[in-house]
Design a protein around this ligand. Sequence first.
Ligand code: IMP
Length: 194
Amino acid sequence: MAADATILYSEDEIRRRVRDLGAAITDAYAGRSPVLVSVLKGGIVFLADLIREIRLPLRVDFMSISSYGEDAGGVVRILKDLDADVGGEDVLVVEDIIDTGLTLSYLLGTLRARRPASLEVCTLLDKSARRIPPLDVRYRGFDCPDVFVVGYGLDVDERFRNLPFILALDRPAQLLEDPGLLDGFLQVPPGPVA
Ligand code: IMP
């Protein structure tokens, strides 16, 4: 059975947007040394590419969280906290995707309580149509349609984070029944070196 999957954002499109975001962040934080905070695991691919497009002395730090489920209103348990105190720092939270925004809203609350000098958000994908709490998202790669997406860090059941592009899946539940459905996308040869 063929998977109902299409490439939503290609490698080239992602590379161009990441470059633009890096340039905008470089300008905005000129003369400062921001701390980029990434939420494991989905944000790692975007973070790795983004930091190489930022021409500033920056630091990276990681958090790992576990959701209490759909009804928890975004309340999460912190499984791994930041290594360093962010009090007085310019903190930029780097997210792979914001959906309802409930998780991020909770995280921003916990970070704000640590009194950073500034606190902003950079997300690659923003499903803005699904937003519940109002959020000020300063840097956004793509305004993403309300579809389930995988690749470039985003997973289904921990798989497909390594796809270099982003796929939209019509029926993600299909994958749980037949985990091999997208394997053809893993065979796409690497693109030419620019
Ligand atoms: P929110 O609290 O509703 O904004 O949920 C955000 C989290 O849901 C993200 O960090 C992802 O882990 C996950 N998520 C939301 N939409 C997708 C998707 O389309 N693909 C993969 N993960 C998603």
